[in-house]
Unconditional design. Structure first.
Length: 131
């Protein structure tokens, strides 16, 4: 349970292939891997990677709710209503709605050192997740 009253949230609507990996599941798995990686690092490794004071999970949004809508022709969710929010050119797939934490966009960082640190943490996090 998280107190989200003070947070800015993001709503993402997308129309995806039914074979695509669920973004909320991927984010959850990546956050878990980053937590375990950080907890298993000794202080020397944390210093080497310059993450001794940074939880890399903060580079990923927290997903609070997601919903896949598979049957868009049901009376409770008319396809046309959902499609009016999504630019769609295919006639199959899943409507996915995700409510997540809004992350500060990188392009708004005006200090070059902050920008470089953010990029380094993102790349480190990606490398830890893919190993």
């Amino acid at each position: 349970p998280t107190n989200i009253e003070w947070m800015v949230l993001a709503l993402k609507l997308s129309w995806i292939s039914d074979t695509r990996t669920s973004e909320p599941d991927f984010v959850k798995s990546a956050r878990k891997v980053l937590k375990e990686t950080y907890e298993n690092m000794d202080n020397e490794e944390k210093t080497k990677y310059l993450v001794h004071n940074r939880d890399l999970r903060t580079c990923l949004p927290r997903v609070f709710r997601s919903k896949d809508v598979r049957n868009l022709n049901s009376p409770t969710c008319p396809r046309g209503y959902l499609q009016s929010f999504i630019d769609v050119s295919i006639d199959h797939g899943i409507g996915r709605m995700i409510i997540s934490e809004y992350l500060f966009p990188l392009y708004l960082l005006d200090n070059l050192d902050d920008y470089k640190e953010a990029i380094r943490h993102i790349v480190l996090g990606m490398s830890f997740v893919t190993i």
